[in-house]
Design a protein around this ligand. Structure first.
Ligand code: HEM
Length: 487
């Protein structure tokens, strides 16, 4: 009986009544398991809207039929459309239902506001995706800056940015400043002004790109907030991302400063000590860039999920046990890939790609001879070239193995096509990209890290991470369920 009531209310009445020319809209207020309030709007013709309104405004009537249905759904007995699924899976109705309007004209405005919010969240999603793309380009530009040894050419930092020198005199001033720092003194003492210009330009472009990113993200953010276009729950997240971006600029300068400190390189005139930034600061800078990129993507995908189509495709898998079995393996694989990326920063930071350039062995050994320098202790993992490269290679193999394991688990659950399409897509991309990335790493190493391959290897790591994050996002969102409507 309860179920009949629900079907009448939720499925048949709206279908019949939407055909009517004069439509009323009822706003139904619901509360989820965490106590968050959501609302849903249904359309009815005026006479039946009154009946329906009276009928469902009673908590005593609504609540009893929803709970049996929730049980029915969780037992997985039967197929119910997504509308019902949303109603019962993710939220407990409070039974609090209000009539929103009584004329067809206001109903159309309410309808347009609902579809407007969906398309707004799509636009916001594309904006976030665009800024994530700019971060991708920024990381790649940063990689080229490092590989071309341009990063220490601008020896000052101003939040508003440095002006690109225009006259010979301005160029000479900048060059003179550079000459007083360790990189020029120890490495580039024969550099001419003409050789200085391209490295200066590279670093300048990297910094200015970062500022452009701040504007492309910050200005629309303020406009969206002022116009109330940001869906509930996103404002703080996005404001936090803006601050994180600003922090990344400061971390970049903190990293560069470590390569400008005279005392770090004192007494090293005749030793093999390289003039470069601290590997720890480089790893912090790279990890922050990856985090910023990941959070932008995550929020962009969340925005897209607010559109009904995507929401439906995920929610139908809410009770699927195959998805729950795969989830820890996806999370584990993403964790191993993230650790490989992190260790890569130390390979780059220690210039470890210029040693042990044979493969699969290390100078003919399975384990490099000087893998452990006792005086360094745990710092071996971050500062000893042999150890750093050994760890990175083995983590890369583990990444490959973890993705292969994903395929095995999928096969055991009946094949990849048993999973939501987004999870399928993510796993396929992960497989292709992890194979490409590991092969590229080997070639890059064996060719002594040419700039093009080094830069491609860095971009490849970001592409691989994107596929892993996408898979994680898909599988996490399947579990959580989603809001009923954009708020
Ligand atoms: C899942 C596979 C891999 C991932 C995700 C990965 C990731 C990374 C990352 C993030 C960097 C730092 C890039 C930078 O900051 O410029 C890096 C550097 C490096 N990786 Fe990998 N890597 C992988 C596999 C490999 C393999 C298999 C090798 C070699 C056997 C390798 C060799 C190197 C070398 C030589 C560098 C230093 C390049 C430079 O100085 O710019 N990588 N890797």
């Amino acid at each position: 009986m309860d179920f009949f009531f629900f079907v009448l209310l939720e499925m048949i009445l709206p279908l019949l009544l939407r055909r009517s020319s004069s439509i009323q809209r009822l706003s139904i207020h619901l509360r989820d398991d965490l106590g968050h309030h959501k609302s849903r709007i249904l359309s009815f013709s005026p006479p039946l809207a009154s009946v329906t309104h009276g009928l469902i405004n009673s908590r005593r009537i609504l609540t009893p039929f929803v709970h049996p249905l929730r049980r029915f759904m969780s037992q997985g007995s039967g197929t119910i459309d997504n509308h019902t699924n949303l109603m019962t899976e993710a939220f407990i109705p409070t039974g609090d239902i209000h009539k929103e309007s009584s004329s067809s004209s206001s109903s159309s405005s309410s309808s347009s506001s609902s579809s407007h919010s969906t398309s707004t969240s799509n636009y916001l999603g594309y904006w976030l995706l665009g800024t994530a793309g700019m971060v991708f380009a920024m990381v790649s530009l940063g990689g080229i800056t490092r590989l071309t040894r341009s990063g220490l050419s601008i020896v000052e930092w101003r939040p508003e940015g440095e002006k690109l020198p225009q006259t010979d005199e301005e160029w000479r001033v900048e060059f003179e400043k550079y000459k007083s720092f360790p990189e020029y003194k120890r490495v580039n003492s024969r550099m001419s002004l003409d050789e200085f210009k391209p490295i200066y330009f590279m670093e300048w472009a990297h910094r200015m790109w970062g500022r452009a990113l701040g504007v492309v993200f910050g200005v629309p953010l303020v406009v969206f907030i002022v116009r109330g276009m940001i869906p509930q729950g996103f404002t703080l997240r996005l404001a936090g991302l803006f601050l994180l971006g600003g922090g990344q600029g400061a971390i970049g300068w903190w990293m560069v400063k470590s390569g400008l400190e005279h005392e770090r390189f004192e007494g090293a005139e005749n030793s093999h000590v390289r003039v470069s930034v601290s590997p720890y600061r480089l790893a912090t800078h790279l990890s922050m860039a990856f985090s910023l990129y990941s959070l932008l993507l995550w929020n962009a995908w969340d925005m897209f999920l607010l559109s009904a189509k995507e929401r439906q495709s995920l929610i139908t898998f809410a009770e699927s046990s195959v998805v729950s079995r795969l989830r820890p393996f996806v999370l584990g694989s993403a964790g191993v890939i993230a650790t490989t990326v992190f260790s890569g920063a130390f390979v780059a930071g220690n210039d470890a790609g210029h040693a042990y350039n044979d493969w699969p062995l290390f100078a003919g050994q399975i384990v490099p001879e000087d893998i452990w320098i006792p005086s360094l202790g745990l710092r071996n993992f971050f500062e000893n070239t042999a150890c750093v490269q050994f760890v990175h290679r083995n983590l890369a193999y583990s990444s490959l193995a973890s993705v292969a394991l994903l395929h095995t688990v999928c096969a055991r659950q009946g094949g990849l096509n048993k999973f939501p399409i987004t999870v399928q897509r993510g796993i396929i991309f992960m497989s292709v990209l992890v194979t490409f990335q590991a092969s590229l790493g080997i070639v890059t190493l064996m060719l002594y890290v040419p700039v093009e391959l080094g830069a491609l290897h860095q971009a490849g790591s970001l592409a691989l991470w994107t596929s892993a994050l996408y898979t994680v996002h898909s599988i996490v969102r399947v579990r959580r369920g989603l809001p009923l409507a954009p708020m």
